[in-house]
Design a protein around this ligand. Structure first.
Ligand code: BYC
Length: 316
């Protein structure tokens, strides 16, 4: 049973949240708030790390040196995002090793979107435009969340994601001014990535078990459906501008609501992917585990160096 003083602390915490205070690592917080942050931030960090794989697949096959340099920088940015957010979870008492183990063992979730394959160069455009585009909408909201280290990490991440979004759109815009084959390749990529991008926002509000609690604590500022709608509203005109058709016959502007109406998401597909049965789930986890195993000698060397360095410092 909670003691009287615990209840009092929780009351004061809720008052701080209501006032719009930012919670910092040394502040008192309910255990459940800490656990929820570790879950959401962990899932986010893992997504950045696993998210390097689909695009990493095309670095050696980029169509020009400029495209290769840009893609290389983008993939490297994603690694940086993962590391900032892992540092954020360290402030909640979870080490990077623990987080890494949860990813490698398959216990932790990462975004469903990265379990889809990248079949053509145009997929690099679709990922930058749609996947980073969806991530920006979600993360701009998280940049105002109640936990300081997570909110601050989002500011820099969103700036970088804006570059990613523009480079993806530029890839597709360029293909759309090309040959019929290039246009078809761009359209095919968008046909495959549109619906999975909408799934990135999570289940519909009525089926989202965590939203109410996270909104009460201002970790989430908007619901999954609100953010998904915001993404659709800003993306449809961008598609029209470059002649791409989004693969949803029900997509239609509603002047009364001032939003686009859209068709039903295939939730069976979504749940299947997050249960581990997507096209690439197995391949993604294997790639991360192989990379970890191949990096064992680097960790050993770093530890040996740190040990020697510590000996020298003690002797001095
Ligand atoms: N995929 O109650 P709900 C990037 C899970 S990477 C997988 O609505 P919540 C990039 C959810 O975890 C940036 N799982 O959950 C990188 C929960 O399961 P558990 C990616 C999903 O937390 C490289 C259950 O379903 N961004 O930009 O309130 C290249 C029930 O859901 C998904 C982030 O990670 C999903 N799509 O809200 C290019 C943002 N959706 O944990 C680009 C941070 C739901 O109870 N995350 N689940 O077993 C969030 O904002 C929130 O976690 C979500 C879900 C909106 C995704």
């Amino acid at each position: 049973m909670e003691s009287h003083s615990e209840q009092e602390k929780e009351k004061q915490f809720n008052e701080r949240i209501d006032r719009g205070d930012i919670i910092e690592p040394k502040d008192w917080m309910p255990e459940r708030y800490r656990k929820q942050l570790i879950r959401i931030m962990g899932q986010h960090a893992h997504s950045e790390i696993v998210g390097m794989l689909p695009e990493g697949n095309w670095i050696t096959r980029a169509p020009s040196l400029r495209r290769k340099a840009v893609l290389l920088a983008k993939v490297q940015d994603e690694a940086g995002h993962g590391l900032y957010i892992y540092s954020g979870t360290e402030t909640l008492g979870v080490s990077r090793d623990q987080m890494n183990q949860e990813l490698l063992s398959g216990k932790a979730k990462y975004s469903s979107i990265f379990n889809y394959p990248t079949l053509s160069w145009a997929d690099m455009g679709a990922i930058g435009w749609l996947v980073d585009g969806a991530a920006i909408v979600n993360q701009t909201a998280l940049a105002k969340c109640s936990y300081g280290p997570y909110a601050r990490a989002m500011i820099r991440i969103c700036k970088e994601e804006n570059f990613h979004h523009k480079q993806g759109y530029e890839i597709l815009a360029t293909l759309m001014t090309g040959t019929p084959e290039q246009k078809a390749m761009a359209q095919d990529a968008v046909d495959r990535f549109w619906w999975p991008s909408l799934m990135m926002f999570g289940p519909s509000d009525k089926d989202s078990p965590n939203t109410a609690e996270l909104m009460r604590w201002k970790v989430k500022k908007y619901t999954n459906d609100d953010l998904r709608q915001r993404f659709i509203d800003r993306t449809v005109p961008q598609a029209e501008n470059i002649g791409l058709k989004l693969p949803d016959d029900k997509l239609k502007w509603n002047p009364d609501t001032m939003h686009y109406e859209h068709g039903e998401i295939n939730w069976d597909e979504f749940y299947n992917v997050i249960k581990g049965n997507g096209i690439c789930n197995h391949q993604r986890l294997k790639a991360r585990n192989d990379a970890h195993d191949k990096g064992a000698w680097v960790r050993e060397a770093a530890n040996a160096y740190a040990g020697k360095h510590a000996e020298k410092t003690m002797a001095a």
